[in-house]
Design a protein around this ligand. Structure first.
Ligand code: NG1
Ligand code: ZN
Length: 559
């Protein structure tokens, strides 16, 4: 590092003191904390992003958001060149940077790291970081901190992309690095045109929207998703999208609204009531990377029927499997491409969804919790569908399969209606453009759900009836050290402390259709307990008993 670079870093970092007595960690979702604690961390993540751009020779993204957390929190995370999450290999460096006590320590860390990684800080190499933020009031000042971090590396520029959903920023990073159009307008155009293409390919007998079914009401969690959805809907024809709880409506972000609230509490969000009974409703989270649907029942109990990420996955799987079977039936002789379809879930997926998917003959894979694991696994297939029950997920298409689809669809003369196989190829290609290939995206997910329901001629009730969720319960247990819980087999088995798994097995064995697992949270200082059984009462009792076991084995020691 030359003198100019050194003094630039020392000068700018002296303006951002790290908070005293707080240890921050780049968890499964980046750094998150009360916004007042974050300027120095965001500034330092700006430095990291610039270094990552130098290292990879590609554009990097930096998103300022705390997703479904309360409005006074904020956070920061990095999008890697392919639009995915930051390589896990860099996470320890992120932790070290955020916690360096002084500018001098920071400089030593950076020097050591660039030497180890072989990053050329010659002042000639160019780096670029795209910055985005959600609607949180603290976002503007934190974006400025990020900009200062990026530009404290000689040769690095920061491009402010403005207020965005998290998936929009990931999409833009991916598109820029592929050398294709990457503005926000391009995003909206790609989503809306592929949606219209799928609409045009709906079988004639099902294509008549009946005036009841063409409307979806969306809870925007008082965040950025509602604002963007309003732009997107202006580019659609037949679908009516009513947006409630959008950030400009004045409600508090994520307060009694949004996908996280709806999924965890299973109650009607603010802005919805019994007048919405029976209508197709959906909820986004604060940065619009999660999507769940719900139905308000006719009686005013305040409860909802949740149509969660597992059911979205099932809907996508049915549709894609149908298209693949058309392809194979009609194209089998002409083309030998047998696409491999896989689905990926975590242990939080409802057991009824897993059984259903297996009954369809699909290959179901499990990974530990965390989008990066699911995404990585799904990328092994020609078409990989992954979802967390909480509504984060997407459908990944391999480059070779997209290439095959492109070549196949080019042969179809324009205007011709084509065979079932040809239509299936066109549909799959449109799905690969509609659904975000970088991360889970509530807006693109919503459009795909909507067009598949039209394609099937299904109401939300018909969709919800695919299978019945087993009753489940999630609990949190405070323990002295959550990292004392070590798990294996995609977090379904505890290997340490010894004896705990045997005790959980003995308890679970008492319940019909019982299933239970415990794991340390990656985002909160708790151990989570998940239990399923044939009745709600049984799921509640099982989860309570296992929570007691966790407390006995790992308790705070005070009682
Ligand atoms: P943790 O706190 O590790 O359980 C939670 C969610 C994850 C994921 C991350 C990131 C549950 C049970 N866990 O992780 O699925 O979304 O937050 O936001 O919902
Ligand atoms: Zn989110």
């Amino acid at each position: 590092m030359n003198d100019e670079q050194q003094s630039l870093l020392l000068n700018s970092s002296s303006r951002f003191s790290p908070p005293q007595g707080v240890k921050l960690s780049y968890g499964t979702a980046g750094f998150r904390a009360d916004a007042s604690l974050l300027p120095s961390t965001v500034y330092r993540v700006g430095i990291l992003a610039a270094l990552r751009s130098l290292k990879t020779g590609s554009i990097i993204g930096l998103m300022i958001t705390a997703s479904h957390n309360k409005v006074s929190d904020n956070g920061v995370k990095i999008a890697d060149p392919n639009g995915g999450m930051l390589s896990q290999h860099w996470e320890p460096f992120a932790d070290a940077l955020a916690n360096a006590p002084s500018p001098q320590h920071l400089l030593v860390l950076i020097n050591e790291f660039v030497a180890k990684e072989g990053i050329l800080m010659d002042g000639v190499s160019h780096a670029e970081v795209l910055l985005g933020r959600d609607t949180r009031p603290s976002g503007d000042a934190l974006l400025e901190a990020a900009r200062q971090g990026v530009t404290s590396i000689v040769g690095a520029v920061a491009t402010d992309m403005g207020v965005l959903t998290t998936p929009q920023l990931h999409w833009m990073v991916r598109a820029r690095n592929k050398g294709v159009q990457a503005s926000e307008q391009d995003y909206f155009e790609q989503l809306s045109s592929s949606f219209r293409c799928l609409e045009d390919l709906i079988p004639a007998e099902k294509s008549k929207l009946d005036g009841v079914n063409n409307k979806v009401v969306v809870d925007g969690s008082n965040g950025v998703g509602g604002v963007k959805l309003k732009v997107l809907r202006s580019l659609l024809n037949a679908l009516v999208v009513e947006v409630r709880n959008s950030s400009e409506d004045g409600g508090v972000l994520n307060d009694g609204v949004g996908a996280d609230y709806v999924q965890k509490e299973k109650v009607v969000p603010h802005g919805f009531d019994s007048k919405d009974a029976g209508i197709r409703c959906a909820s986004l989270d604060g940065d619009a990377d999660r999507l769940v649907y719900f139905i308000v029942p006719p009686e005013s109990s305040g409860r909802i029927d949740l149509v969660d990420g597992d059911k979205i996955l099932s809907l996508f799987a049915i549709f894609i499997r149908e298209q693949l079977s058309f392809l194979n039936e009609n194209e089998g002789i002409k083309n030998s491409h047998q696409a491999r379809l896989g689905v990926v879930q975590t242990a939080y997926a409802n057991g009824a969804s897993t059984n259903y998917l297996k009954q369809l003959g699909l290959e179901v894979n499990f990974t530990p919790t965390g989008v990066k694991y699911l995404h990585e696994k799904a990328a092994e297939f020609d078409i990989g569908i992954y979802f967390e029950a909480n509504g984060h997920g997407t459908v990944l298409f391999s480059e070779s399969f997209v290439g095959w689809l492109e070549a196949r669809t080019k042969e179809i003369s324009s205007g011709s209606k084509g065979s079932e196989g040809e239509k299936a190829a066109l549909r799959l290609l449109a799905v690969s453009k509609l659904i975000n290939q970088a991360v889970g995206d509530a807006l693109s997910g919503l459009l795909l759900v909507e067009v598949i329901l039209q394609h099937m001629g299904w109401s939300i009730h018909r969709w919800n009836e695919l299978y019945h969720d087993l009753p489940s319960r999630q609990l949190k247990v405070k323990v002295a050290d959550r990292n004392a819980v070590i798990t294996a087999n995609a977090e379904t088995v505890v290997v340490s402390p010894p004896g705990l798994q045997e005790a959980i097995n003995a308890e679970t064995g008492k319940y019909h259709q019982g299933r239970c697992f415990v794991r340390p949270s990656g985002t909160e200082d708790v151990v989570r307990v998940y239990a399923e059984a044939s009745t709600q009462e049984a799921a509640d009792t099982l989860s309570n008993s296992v929570a007691k076991l966790v407390d006995q084995f790992l308790g705070l020691g005070s009682s």
